[in-house]
Design a binder for this molecule. Structure first.
Ligand SMILES: Cc1cc2nc3c(=O)[nH]c(=O)nc-3n(C[C@H](O)[C@H](O)[C@H](O)COP(=O)(O)O)c2cc1C
Length: 275
């Protein structure tokens, strides 16, 4: 792919077609544009205090009203990682990585404060507050992911942790009104199992100016399917049809949600009233 500088090279790889922007590459952009999920880890331990670095990065993200309604549990014990892997569709990378973080939407901390101060906190029982916790957890996690990647570690998010929310809550000793939003594997990439940068939808599919342009979205999605066919071929990835087909297969119905079709009931068991 012909490009003028290293930023263009990375951006072009992200879209698997040439793209040029009038900016210089810096270390932050390099880390962000180099991201790829890692599902094969070496045995090497992460550097000491990686957890503290990641949590500090997570806490540096913006958060809703400074409520800071998230927490994270660091799981290093192989036996516990094994049990969490079993609860997450047996994803082997949870067993293989040296460090597994579980990111939580945490309304329990505020509830406890409310009780201790004897102040009303009924707002916690509305679905808006769960949204706040989930958004805050995601923003913190992504900052932490970038921090980890910036020191040479690799990560992958694990939504599979939501396949069995009640059992996961028991395994992690979660008090009521805490929900494990996703996990994150962290470690060094296995040297013999590199991963490629995965192309994304053309910007026309996600970026709108002034008003939403539904026609542009569909054309761009079709273009992406073609791009991705080449990517799957180059990576020898077996997929169920093109990107549209296998994405639609992923959302075909309740049976495709890996147990998460019962999420509403599970959240109620976990103490979320979701008014
Ligand atoms: C919230 C979330 C949940 C995810 N869950 C899983 C998962 O359970 N297992 C997995 O292998 N990858 C998981 N992923 C990784 C995505 O599949 C991956 O980010 C996506 O395919 C894009 O690839 P890339 O990260 O290599 O660019 C998850 C990503 C996110 C953001």
């Amino acid at each position: 792919m012909k490009t003028n500088n290293s930023l263009d090279a990375l951006i072009s790889e992200r879209y698997s077609k040439p793209m040029s922007l009038p900016f210089e590459l810096n270390e932050t952009l390099e880390t962000i544009f180099n991201h790829r999920s890692c599902r094969h880890y070496s045995q090497e331990a992460v550097p000491e205090q990686t957890i503290e670095l990641m949590v500090a990065a997570g806490q540096s993200a913006s958060n809703s009203s400074n409520l800071q309604s998230w927490s994270v549990i660091a799981v290093e014990d192989p036996a516990r990682r094994d049990r969490l892997a079993s609860l997450s569709s047996n994803q082997e990378h949870i067993r293989a990585c040296p460090l597994f973080l579980v990111w939580l939407a945490d309304l329990s901390r505020l509830e406890t404060l409310g009780k201790r101060r004897e102040l009303p906190h009924d707002g916690l029982h509305y679905s808006e507050l769960l949204t706040v916790g989930v958004v805050d957890a995601a923003l913190a996690a992504q900052n932490a992911a970038v921090a980890a990647e910036s020191i040479g570690l690799s990560i992958t998010y694990i939504g599979g942790i939501r396949n069995n929310p009640i059992e996961v809550a028991k395994e992690l000793g979660l008090p009521p009104r805490i929900f494990a939003v996703f996990g994150m594997c962290i470690g060094y990439r296995h040297p013999e199992k590199p991963a490629a940068i995965k192309p994304r939808l053309p910007q026309k599919a996600v970026l709108h100016r002034e008003q939403y342009d539904a026609l542009a979205v569909q054309n761009a999605a079709d273009e992406y399917c073609e791009n991705m066919n080449h990517f799957y071929e180059s990576q020898k990835m077996k997929t169920r049809g093109d990107w549209a087909q296998h994405s639609l297969y992923r959302i075909r119905g309740a049976e495709s949600l890996n147990g998460r079709d019962h999420m509403l009931q599970a959240l109620k068991v976990l103490g979320f009233q979701l008014r």
